[in-house]
Each structure stands twice: as C-alpha cells, then as structure tokens.
Design a protein around this ligand. Structure first.
Ligand code: FE
Length: 200
C-alpha cells in the first residue's frame, strides 16, 4: 500500500558538479531520500494496523516517526527542484521586492539564511518560507525535518544541512558547502512557489 514514491531527479546525479559530487547526490537521492519515502509508507501501514486493531498504545511513537519521514520526503523532493545546474544569481520581480521588504536587502536575507543553515545544531535545514498569517517571508531554522517550524508556513527555498548532504566532499566545513548552494539556486522554481503560496 505505497502512498508515497521516490520522484525522479530533475537532472543527472553529476549535473551539479563540481559544487556537489555525483557520488553524494546519488547516495542522497537513492539511499537517504528513498529511506524517507519507505519510512513514510511503512508508518502509514502501521497506523492503519493500529486502527484496525483499535490498539493505539504505540501511537505517540508512530506519529513522531510519520512526521519525520513525511517531512524528509517533502523537503528532499523540494530540494532537488530548488537547485539547478543553471542556477545562481538573484531573483527578480515580485520575489526580489518582497525579500527587500521583509529582510531589508538581498544581502541581509542571504546572510540570515546562510547563518541559519550553517548554525543548525546537529541535523536540519535552513529554509526561506512564506508565512500566511502575517503575509511575510521568514527564515526558519528547522531541526531534523520538522522541528522549530511555524505552523502553516510554506517552504520556498530549502538548504539541507544534514552531514549526508556534504560531508563526503566538504568534511566538517559546512560553510563552504552552503556558499556553493547559492550558485545552484533555481530562482524560477522559488518564484513559482512564492507566487502559488502567496495567492492573490
Ligand atoms: Fe538530506
């Protein structure tokens, strides 16, 4: 009863070299991302079994496990699309204006998202998100895949700060990896997510 499936990569594993090696990208997609997909599906099955038996003694653990794997699947699916071999530079148009409005300048936003990503304690993500209640852009520092997140925020640009994303290439120097990510951003993808999240 597979509810979720591993999406194909939008480019070859080696397409982001030299910033990210093909070895890292293949492991990241075919092993790590795939494990989150399997984890989400397996946990859904266990939840269905618990319902069938009306035995909810393990529900707390199952809900935590499901949130972890589902969020991992969501974030990695987006991460591949947020990056591109032809990425980099800066956004223009409404997103550029909104970044200036909510962060003061592109440079200030860049520094905050970089600091959020580099400064994750343990495993997590740096995220640019749309917050619909205040109708503003915010930076979130996400722990694991789902902690420290404002309810109802929509991720627009996600930077994976887990060691599996860079350690084979950058060792302990996470800041160098994050610097390279800025040259890979597919701003067209970020802009379309911003437009969809903001609505009218
Ligand atoms: Fe990852």
């Amino acid at each position: 009863m597979g509810q979720y499936s591993l999406p194909d990569m939008p480019y070859d594993y080696a397409a982001l070299e030299p910033a990210i090696t093909g070895e890292i990208l293949e492991l990241h997609h075919a092993k790590h991302h795939a494990a989150y997909v399997k984890g989400a599906n397996d946990t859904l099955e266990q939840l269905a079994e618990a319902r069938d038996k009306a035995q909810f003694g393990g529900l707390v653990g199952l809900e935590k496990t499901f949130a972890f794997h589902l969020s991992g699947h969501v974030l990695h699916t987006q991460f591949w699309q947020n990056l591109s071999p032809d990425g980099g530079d800066r956004p223009d148009g409404e997103l550029a204006d909104a970044i200036t409005e909510h962060f003061g300048s592109f440079e200030a936003f860049q520094k905050q998202l970089t600091a959020a990503t580099v400064g994750v304690q343990g495993s997590g993500w740096g995220v640019l998100a749309w917050e619909p209640l205040g109708r503003r852009l915010i930076v979130e520092q996400v722990y694991d895949h789902h902690g420290n997140v404002g309810m109802n925020t929509t991720p627009l640009l996600v930077f994976d700060a887990w060691e599996h994303a860079y350690y084979l290439q950058y060792r302990n120097v996470r800041p160098d990896y994050v610097t390279k990510l800025w040259d890979l951003i597919n701003w067209n993808d970020v802009i379309s997510r911003y437009t969809a999240a903001k609505g009218v």
